[in-house]
Design a binder for this molecule. Structure first.
Ligand code: ADP
Ligand code: MG
Length: 382
């Protein structure tokens, strides 16, 4: 039985009748890491793993929600003081509240939903959940909220109801995602552009190291500070540099002796990454996946050696990819754990996966998880 049928059955048992189906997706980011807070680009796409929800208005002022994956049923009202306790329900409640804050109408509804984005693996299952409901409420109540604002509803839900101070990329990708396309988003101007991504003869696969090192949040703040230091130094010579990503590489060299060696390396990575995103854009237009892959390796090198946010497990997976002649591989996300994203030729896939699982298990005592992904549509009505 597929996910939709299971949901349908449960909805019918719980509420009777049937509603409309909505869906949205998790996301990957091909390239453009640690660039968001430096005013640079990210390059995400929605994936074929997401959330599906059946929803029907119930004529009350309460939401009746059932999560198939948690096997939990929750009822909550729509006022600020009605916030539910279950973490998954907070996302739905938050989306209702943030929709209302933007002048949208929301009334009671029944819903049953399920998903297949692995939780907490860096594929943004939470954005999939938020954008499914943001899109659905906008549709069902005919609120006319534009797509960018739907993404912001998800982001504000994380900030205000789930205690996660995230950027806009995940929700943006989840709402705007389109089959066969990645989206280059400028984090400073919020301009975006679709690029073709349909690598015939290749698979996109994530290897989840299943580790999360504690360093992540303190290191993150230190990296941000280094970037600000470098931008500040460069700005003295080049006042147009608002964010580090506005700087040219030679401008960084000019201030080499005015900033710490560490800040220099961090800035070298960021400025290089901005250029790599532009190079990937050109390569995608040409359908040149060899170049895309090589740039992914360069990003991994930068994140590992210059930005120093990789870890032993991720470097190990990256090295195996190189040894197996995988086209492209890099750590995805903030670092210190999580997944590598790999662009692999079809004929190398089986060998790569079995070697990676075997060698990784021998070294680290557990297997990496494998997630195949295909770039797919984001928020939609089914
Ligand atoms: P991620 O990196 O996957 O977004 P988060 O911790 O931000 O990880 O979000 C995971 C949370 O999102 C879960 O704890 C749960 O509350 C909610 N969630 C995601 N997918 C589902 C699902 N299929 N069913 C119910 N809740 C979900
Ligand atoms: Mg999340």
């Amino acid at each position: 039985m597929d996910m939709k049928e299971k949901i349908q059955k449960k909805f019918e048992t719980l509420f009777g009748g049937e509603g409309d189906f909505f869906a949205s997706a998790g996301r990957i980011n091909l390239i453009g890491e640690h660039t968001d807070y430096n005013g640079g680009y990210v390059f995400p796409g929605a994936i074929d793993k997401g959330i599906v929800a059946e929803i029907k208005l119930n004529g009350t002022d309460k939401v009746h929600a059932y999560s198939l994956d948690y096997d939990e049923y929750v009822e909550f009202g729509l006022n600020e003081e009605d916030a539910p306790n279950q973490s998954w329900a907070k996302y739905i409640f938050g989306v209702c509240r943030e929709t209302e804050k933007r002048g949208g109408k929301v009334e009671g509804f029944n819903t049953a939903f399920a998903g297949d984005v692995p939780l907490g693996a860096g594929l943004s299952s939470s954005a999939a959940l938020e954008s499914t409901f943001a899109y659905a409420l906008n549709y069902l109540f005919n609120n006319g909220i534009d797509k960018f604002e739907l993404a912001k509803i998800g982001q504000s839900t994380e900030h205000n109801y789930c205690g996660v101070n995230c950027g806009i990329m995940d929700q943006f990708a989840s709402v705007f995602g389109r089959k066969g396309s990645l989206i280059r988003l400028n984090c400073k101007t919020l301009e975006y552009k679709y690029f073709p991504f349909d690598p015939k003869g290749y698979k996109l696969v994530l290897l989840d190291s299943c580790v999360k090192h504690e360093l992540a949040s303190s290191a993150y703040n230190k990296r941000r500070k280094s970037c600000e230091n470098a931008a500040l130094a460069i700005r003295k010579n080049h006042p147009e540099v608002e964010f580090l990503s506005d700087a040219k590489r030679v401008w960084l060299d000019e201030v080499r002796n005015n900033i710490s060696g560490e800040d220099f390396l961090r800035a070298e990575y960021v400025i290089g990454e901005v250029q790599r995103v532009l190079d990937v854009s050109d390569a995608l237009e040409r359908g040149d996946y060899d170049t895309v892959g090589e740039l992914m390796y360069q990003t991994h090198f930068g994140l590992s050696r210059l930005y120093e946010v990789s870890c032993e497990e991720l470097d190990f997976l990256n090295k195996i990819a190189r040894q197996c002649d995988v086209t492209g591989s890099r750590v995805m996300g903030g670092g210190f754990g999580g997944c590598t994203i790999n662009l692999v030729k079809d004929e190398l896939y089986d060998k790569f996966i079995s070697i990676a699982i075997e060698k990784f298990s021998v070294k680290f005592g557990h297997e990496p998880k494998v997630y195949d992904v295909v770039i797919s549509d984001g928020a939609r009505k089914l």
